[in-house]
Design a protein around this ligand. Sequence first.
Ligand code: ATP
Ligand code: MG
Length: 435
Amino acid sequence: MDTEAIVIRIKTPAGDMDSAVDCPSVLNFNDLLVAIRDVMPEATVTAFEYEDEVGDRITVRSDEELKAMLSYYYNTMNEQRMNGLLPDPLQIFPRAGKTPGNRNIHGLKVNTRPNPANDCTHAVPDSMANNSLKKSSAELKRILTNGQINAQDINYQEQLGHGNGGTVYKAYHILGKRVLAVKVIPLDITVELQKQIMSELEILYKCDSPYIITFFSAFFVENRISICTEFMDGGSLDVYKRIPEHVLGRIAVAVVKGLTYLWSLKILHRDVKPSNMLVNTRGQVKLCDFGVSTQLVNSIAKTYVGTNAYMAPERISGEQYGIHADVWSVGISFMELALGMFPYPQIQKNQGSLMPLQLLQCIVDEDPPVFPVGQFSEKFVHFITQCMRRQPKERPAPNNLMDHSFITQFNDGNAEVVSMWVCRCLEERRAQQGH
Ligand code: ATP
Ligand code: MG
């Protein structure tokens, strides 16, 4: 029981900081203190407190007292669960020492574990166990300090859009001094699942590509997860409609490069569609909302039923799928962006892209749609036709996509084309809204 992962909420003057702790049984007092000091570097924290059931504050200054706190917390967690409630995080209140000069230096030396690195008499580090302990304390510190962004540091500005499951806001991160897009998704799930989602999202810190939206941080507050990413001032492609081929070509190059990068990390995007392709006035094109967290995708899917109209036929019919399914979605998305309408006329997406399964059956049963004659280049039509082959294996593989003549002809690094087009469209939109 006491190995169950928990969420610790550090109450700081600047706001709350929630952190998942995978393995509380290896947590010691000093590790937690170090983590608190990292988030409150200006204070001289020597202890912290928690609240008992009647609101009395209890001080923690040692490993023993930490154990007592955890065991008290597990009991309340159990009680809350038995009453059908989502357990609250473990709230701790850092306590500052009197003055920096007088601070009890023993507070800095509580770590009683032998540490070969500090002991010159040990010629050789004495055990693997020590290394792994050291690692877990470093790991903990990293987990606790990774929540660089928390709700209190964010000034929410306008709502950018609302999708299935989440609402996206433009926001300003006061400490980081930058504009963010924050996606807030309400999720009534257990702390255990929250923890699983947080660890699944960790791969996002490692994603580093100019064609993938930069991920800054994610955190749970009560029953909502907030995912903070880079803000793209051109928004998503679904609101642009009819995009000329020379612009679409440059966008396609970025999308194919972004997907190739994700696939190289063994990540399927799973939700390729115009609303998940973002542009900015610098002419950059980036993918967002790819499915790195199975648990997050599952938790959202439980609340929002429906099938995505951009899904490949094999996904609509519930078969196994892979990279080729993302390739289909590229085809149907770019066909829509070129035509200015969804390519299956019988499917009307009025509110978002989720539809009842029966409505999408035509994608499984019928031949893929074809372009009207004479309006688009042969290379473009060939590219889309290949991506939208009904048999997954007949669609281009990643390197064939990159080598397709439609992609190679626009792979010239010319960001200005997209940049000028985005700026012009935004101006037109502003002018329309002004009238
Ligand atoms: P779904 O929920 O089915 O994926 P969606 O993609 O339209 O649909 P969200 O992902 O919630 O829904 O996004 C809503 C809107 O917010 C998007 O359509 C886009 O216009 C805007 N948006 C999302 N992320 C950003 C971002 N990083 N920068 C600027 N705008 C964004
Ligand atoms: Mg989206």
